[in-house]
Design a protein around this ligand. Structure first.
Ligand code: C5P
Length: 244
């Protein structure tokens, strides 16, 4: 596999073409951003951790019958992914109120929800990734009704599997963001990454009622270094993966 020119530079990853049009070469970077790039920092070791975490998560999901764009990890900071045509959507699933949901509805973080909530945000740096509803998506032709039904049911399935995976390592999956795309064979697949950058993960070992964040909120809220928290997640997932 030959690495060719850079296709796209995201906030935490660089995507390169390869000599196979169906395969992308993805390089994770140490950059952390928050507030759509308003806060930016280089954190040594983040690329290594996220590249490994997302690789293990995609493997655990595959074993549970949930395929993704992930092909294989090729180095500490690089992996090969299937080249997809992406929906310009951030797909968010919430199990408890937190972050922008807690703010929008004026509820306390950690408030229980009667049922998990599926939300969409329109991927646009220029517009700051605004909240978007199903009707808007259909009207703007960002995805078809059939695509959205598939995306919704796959996201609920992913939520169930991920919730169980994290529970097994004493972590609560509060919410997460995923992205999906269509493969060259026309199949809608989970893509992008699943890491503590894209999930809210709270330790269930904390019994004093407080929240122990094991995710990017540590960076967003200036709560210290993310590295030990991300390492805890990687260690737990690696142990689970080896035990299966
Ligand atoms: O900020 P908000 O509460 O909407 O975030 C919901 C979930 O989506 C969180 O797990 C957050 O880490 C993730 N997210 C993300 N990328 C964004 C915005 C949110 O991964 N650009």
């Amino acid at each position: 596999m030959e690495k060719l020119g850079m296709l796209y530079q995201g906030k935490a990853k660089k995507l390169y073409e390869t000599d196979n049009p169906d395969v992308l070469w993805v390089e994770y970077t140490d950059q952390a951003t928050a507030g759509n790039g308003a806060k930016k920092e280089n954190i040594a070791g983040k690329a290594h951790l996220n590249n490994q975490i997302t690789s293990v998560v995609f493997n655990l999901l595959a074993r549970r019958g949930i395929p993704s764009h992930f092909i294989r990890r090729i180095s500490d900071t690089e992996q090969l992914n299937r080249h997809m045509t992406m929906f310009p959507l951030e797909i968010v699933m919430r199990n408890k109120a937190a972050g922008s949901f807690a703010e929008r509805y004026g509820v306390e973080e950690g408030t229980a929800l009667k049922q998990p909530v599926l939300e969409f945000f329109y991927k646009s740096d220029a517009l700051n990734d605004p909240f978007i509803n199903r009707e808007d998506i259909l009207a703007l032709d960002l995805a078809s009704a059939q695509d959205l039904d598939i995306i919704a049911s796959k996201t609920r399935e992913i939520n169930q599997a991920l919730t169980a995976i994290f529970k097994a390592i004493e972590v609560e999956l509060v919410d997460f963001k995923i992205e999906m795309g269509r493969s060259s064979q026309g199949v809608i697949l989970l893509a992008d990454e699943i890491t503590p950058d894209t999930c809210r993960l709270w330790s269930t070992r904390n019994r004093d009622g407080g929240i122990t964040h094991l995710d990017k909120d540590i960076f967003r809220r200036d709560l210290g270094s993310i590295i030990p928290a991300y390492q805890t997640i990687l260690d737990g997932l690696t142990r689970l993966d080896r035990a299966e």
